[in-house]
Ligand binder design. Structure first.
Ligand SMILES: Nc1nc2c(c(=O)[nH]1)N[C@H]1C(S)=C(S)[C@@H](COP(=O)(O)OP(=O)(O)OC[C@H]3O[C@@H](n4cnc5c(=O)[nH]c(N)nc54)[C@H](O)[C@@H]3O)O[C@H]1N2
Ligand SMILES: Nc1nc2c(c(=O)[nH]1)N[C@H]1C(S)=C(S)[C@@H](COP(=O)(O)OP(=O)(O)OC[C@H]3O[C@@H](n4cnc5c(=O)[nH]c(N)nc54)[C@H](O)[C@@H]3O)O[C@H]1N2
Ligand code: SF4
Ligand SMILES: [Mo]
Length: 902
């Protein structure tokens, strides 16, 4: 490598699928910029994309070598690749021989590349002969998939990003785009600036940054979307705001839906939703009477025990008003992960076959079997994610291979997931990082290469296929996911079907892509005309893209013909049903969960850099102040949040952004950072009966004050990322014994400080000794200690080269924050070291960073606003919001620039 070079690739985070330019030198990634030529982002990146280079700065914490456990209780020990691959193949083949193919399961990920996915799917369905391959997309997009198939006849959105520029009314339902799809959100903001008449309706129980910018925010009761959409349809029918030509010419089933919504007039619907009737009618009017209406929706619809119904009820509105198949109009499900779409295309799920084929169809199965050259593809439906882990717990499934996902953190009802992983005969984990909650259960760890190192393709939310290209070589012995799977596949084939032609002869991802695209010929997603060559010369392309075509199709169903057998879209009568587990006197609160602006899921990548924590440093449980005062709870109190499935402790944060009766917790924190597995300890595993997607957006819980009187704060400055990883590994074992404990990171690219916040019911001296050791507080002239054993108070501090390096405060942790500031300031210590035990030892507090790119704190913004600044002035004077723009929604909010009329 050596020479500096630039590689065009794709961001590995959200489904917007932004193009990035990766700068590298000497085999290391040195910078990441937005690719001005990529149609998804035209050069823009959000805070997560912009910090990608920092996350790739060091190999510390990466899975670098294959490892296995000689015994279940033993630690993972390094092993060479061939032994690991032989072992996995032999163990899996053995399970297949003893218990049949359905005793093996594969749990993969929408973050795999299409080529990785394809090979996994072929291994499961072609070689092993089981449909037990499912993915974390089950937790994410499966309700959208089922909704599209039932109504429009085929999976995939009919829309494209350009529609964001053309929509007159934008209905954003169950999506916090300002955080979760920031670059698209930016595009919407620009579109509204260019066409000021554009109206946004946001449907979200919480007042998110997205909702705060709406022209109409409908803060519905959690789970009541179907009632809302049915009530809107009722109103449209009553007012005659329909598109009779579209209904008559392009759809079927309208009468049944018309009958069904008869008993949901706006007054009834609005009461169910807990909103004003006139707001519901206003939304219906804008939806139907605007020249073009676009719906953007995400997990607030999908992650529900009736997520498919929510999708269908919304699509009914589009079909009835003809708001589809035109520029700026249509139902647009935003994809969460960068390649959830690609996974759907290759059929890498328990409920589908390659290229949108169906397991239930004899013809489809035969086509795939003939193409692969295998006898048959199983007609037994595979297990969807939640069921898969339940089958593992009951022993029906014996062996599981998990790749590129972290189910011990991200599945609901974690206690059950842990039982399942413990019960399994064999757990194979294919991971890029060495420490995740799931790796703790691995019998074999297969180290995978990751973003910046991988080669292949991904498909974004608008059906656009982009190349992912390697800028650097993978660290250690890590290998590409597709290659690992093919290597095991070949070995298993030799054991299970010796002498048959090699099913996995691939030498490059290009060969896999070519096989995949051949399977799509004649299908709705036909990409027969698309290959790596074309992606190279003409850039990212949308599907369908059949052979002989000059371009892909931007907008589907423009001719009013849908992908059903009759060519007509199907209205679906979906009556409103309440959430699966209702609140009760025992569990009176709705708990919803979701995302923060700068963290990605389980934080294996974002959790390495301090900047990702600056916007939201600590995990919290958000509660409305009225609920708190009724219960005698205060901001910052440690509370125990419990459902019938499990409980955890979190610090309380009071905010009027959640409605009374509802709570919110971010999904990101897990056992790498906490004394528990995170909020999924509490979330319930109820699933949608059509899509099998779990209801991660609603659990019924109670909240009580946690009696944890002994508080501990500690912090240590890290010299670099390696040091951060080392210190975190040393502190992690200390989390489990606590009633509450959280590891955090403060600082920025230049300096970071690792923090520990913990609480216990009573002082534990042995634990404290262990903490002191982890912080290297042994006897030394550079260590100062203060003790008051009777009060359970111990304070320690350590200096290094004249600077404060670490402290621990137990029993009396009041001035921890100023001391953390002192660690961050890195100034040489002056005066008496004894001052460290008093508030004078600290440095003045810095507040929360709102703009990560320019490091602008909230106080500076507040001061400027007090002097009369608006968003434009803030940008001009402080520079905030001028780089990635992720903080612009919040700046607008701080300026009070809410568009909602009272
Ligand atoms: N920063 C960041 N961005 C991400 C990700 C990340 O981890 N971090 N992950 C990516 C992935 S995989 C996904 S799936 C997407 C998710 O993107 P989003 O779905 O936009 O994000 P969430 O925060 O999960 O949930 C969205 C909203 O649903 C609301 N909600 C809860 N219950 C209901 C309800 O009953 N009805 C309605 N209408 N709304 C409800 C919540 O209050 C929340 O604001 O984000 C992607 N982008
Ligand atoms: N309570 C609650 N739970 C949720 C959600 C929620 O809103 N609330 N959202 C759900 C949704 S929508 C989603 S998508 C899931 C996400 O949940 P997960 O899939 O568990 O999330 P990640 O942390 O992104 O897991 C990806 C893993 O792959 C690893 N990895 C990264 N790159 C590679 C690679 O190239 N190869 C391999 N083999 N490994 C790699 C990462 O280190 C990481 O551990 O969470 C779901 N769980
Ligand atoms: S919006 Fe942000 S996280 Fe999503 S692809 Fe673009 S840069 Fe990556
Ligand atoms: Mo997702």
């Amino acid at each position: 490598m050596g020479e500096p070079r630039t590689t065009a690739s794709t961001c590995c985070y959200c489904g917007v699928g932004c193009g990035v330019l990766i700068d590298s030198e000497d085999g290391r990634i040195t910078g990441v910029r937005g690719d001005p030529d990529h149609p998804a982002n035209a050069g823009r990146l959000c805070s997560k994309g912009l910090s990608l280079a920092q996350t790739a700065q060091s190999d510390a914490g990466r899975a670098l070598r294959p490892a296995w456990r000689p015994r279940r209780e033993a630690p993972l020990a390094p092993v060479d690749w061939d032994t690991a691959l032989d072992h996995v193949a032999a163990r899996l083949a053995d399970v297949v021989r003893r218990h049949g193919p359905d005793a093996v399961a594969f749990y993969v990920s929408g973050q795999l590349l299409t080529e990785d996915y394809y090979v996994f799917n072929k291994l499961a369905k072609g070689l092993v002969g089981t449909n037990n391959i499912d993915t974390n997309s089950r937790l994410c997009m499966s309700s959208a998939v089922t909704g599209y198939k039932l109504s429009l006849g085929a999976d995939g959105p009919p829309t494209c990003y350009e529609d964001l520029d053309h929509a007159d009314t934008v209905l954003i339902a169950g999506s916090n785009m300002a955080y979760a799809h920031p670059v698209l959100y930016r595009r919407l903001e620009a579109a509204r600036e260019a066409r000021p008449g554009t109206r946004w309706i946001v449907v979200d129980p919480r007042r998110t940054d997205t909702a705060a910018m709406a022209d109409l925010h409908l803060p519905i009761q959690p789970g009541t979307d179907v009632a809302l959409f049915n009530g809107m349809l009722h109103h449209l029918i009553w007012e005659g705001w329909l598109d009779p030509d579209h209904i008559a010419g392009s759809t079927e089933g309208f009468d049944a839906v018309k009958r069904m919504v008869r008993d949901t007039p706006p007054s009834v619907a609005a009461a169910l939703c807990g909103i004003r009737e006139r707001d519901l009618c206003q939304a219906a009017e804008w939806f139907a009477r605007s020249p073009a209406t676009l719906s953007l929706y995400c997990m607030g619809l999908n992650q529900s025990s009736h997520g498919t119904d929510k999708n269908l009820a919304l699509i009914n509105l589009h079909l009835a008003t003809g708001q589809i198949g035109r520029a700026g109009a249509g139902p647009f499900s935003l994809t969460g992960q960068p390649n959830a779409m690609g996974g759907r295309e290759v059929g890498g799920m328990a409920t589908m076959l390659a290229a949108h084929r169906d397991i239930a169809s004899q013809t489809d199965r035969a086509e795939v079997a003939a193409f692969w050259g295998v006898d048959a593809v199983s007609d037994r439906p595979g297990l969807a994610a939640v069921d898969m882990f339940q089958a593992l717990e009951t022993g029906k499934v014996k062996a599981i291979w998990i790749a590129c996902t972290n189910p011990a953190h991200s599945l609901p009802d974690l206690a059950a997931v842990r039982r399942a992983l413990r019960r399994a005969e064999l757990v194979v984990v294919q991971e890029a990082y060495a420490d995740t909650d799931t790796v703790a259960y691995a019998d074999v760890l297969l180290p995978a290469s990751s973003w910046g190192e991988k080669d292949g393709t991904v498909t974004n939310s608008e059906r656009r296929i982009s190349r992912v290209r390697p800028a650097v070589a993978p660290p250690g012995q890590a290998r590409a996911d597709w290659r690992i799977v093919a290597e095991v596949g070949r070995r298993m084939q030799a054991l299970l079907r010796p002498g048959t032609p090699d099913l996995f002869p691939y030498r490059t991802p290009r060969e896999i892509f070519d096989e995949h695209r051949a399977l799509t010929r004649g299908r709705d997603l036909d990409i027969g005309g698309l290959d790596y060559e074309l992606l190279e010369t003409r850039g990212p392309q949308q599907w369908p893209f059949p052979a002989g075509q000059a371009t892909g199709l931007a907008r589907r169903y423009a001719d009013g013909r849908y992908a059903t057998a009759s060519g007509r879209a199907r209205f679906q009568p979906v009556p409103y049903r309440p959430v699966a587990v209702a609140t009760s006197a025992r569990h009176p609160f709705h708990l919803t969960t979701g995302r923060l602006r700068d963290q990605w899921h389980g934080m294996s990548r974002t959790g390495r850099i301090a900047q990702a924590f600056s916007h939201a440093p600590d995990p919290t449980l958000d509660m409305h102040p009225a609920d708190a005062s009724r219960r005698g709870l205060a901001d910052g109190d440690l509370v125990r949040v419990a459902s019938r499935d499990g409980a955890m402790v979190l610090p309380l944060r009071l905010t009027e952004d959640v409605p009374p009766g509802s709570l919110f917790a971010a999904m990101h924190w897990n056992a790498q950072f906490l004394n528990s597995g995170g909020i999924n300890e509490v979330c319930n595993a109820a699933v949608d009966d059509k899509s099998f997607q779990p209801e991660l957006k609603h659990s019924a819980v109670r909240v009580e004050k946690a009696e944890l009187g002994w508080r501990i704060r500690a912090a240590i400055a890290a010299t670099d990322q390696e040091d951060t990883q080392r210190l975190r590994a040393a502190l992690r074992p200390l989390l489990a014994p606590c009633g509450y404990a959280a590891l955090g990171l403060r600082g920025d690219a230049s300096r970071s400080v690792l923090t520990l916040t913990a609480a216990m019911a009573a002082p534990d001296e042995a634990w404290l000794d262990a903490l002191a050791v982890a912080l290297d507080m042994g006897a030394s002239p550079d260590v100062l200690e203060y003790l008051d054993r009777g009060q359970g108070v111990r304070k320690c501090a350590r200096w290094e080269a004249g600077r404060l390096r670490a402290f621990l405060l137990a029993g009396d942790a009041g001035h921890a924050e100023p001391l953390i500031e002192r660690l961050l300031s890195a100034e040489p210590w002056s005066g008496s070291r004894l001052r460290v035990f008093t508030p004078e030892g600290g440095a003045p507090a810095r507040d929360r960073t709102v703009c990560q790119c320019k490091g602008v704190p909230e106080s500076a913004i507040a001061a400027a606003i007090a002097r009369g600044a608006d968003v434009a002035a803030l940008k001009a004077t402080l520079g905030c919001g001028t780089v990635c723009g992720s903080c612009v929604p919040e700046l607008s909010r701080l300026c009070g620039a809410s568009r909602m009329s009272a």
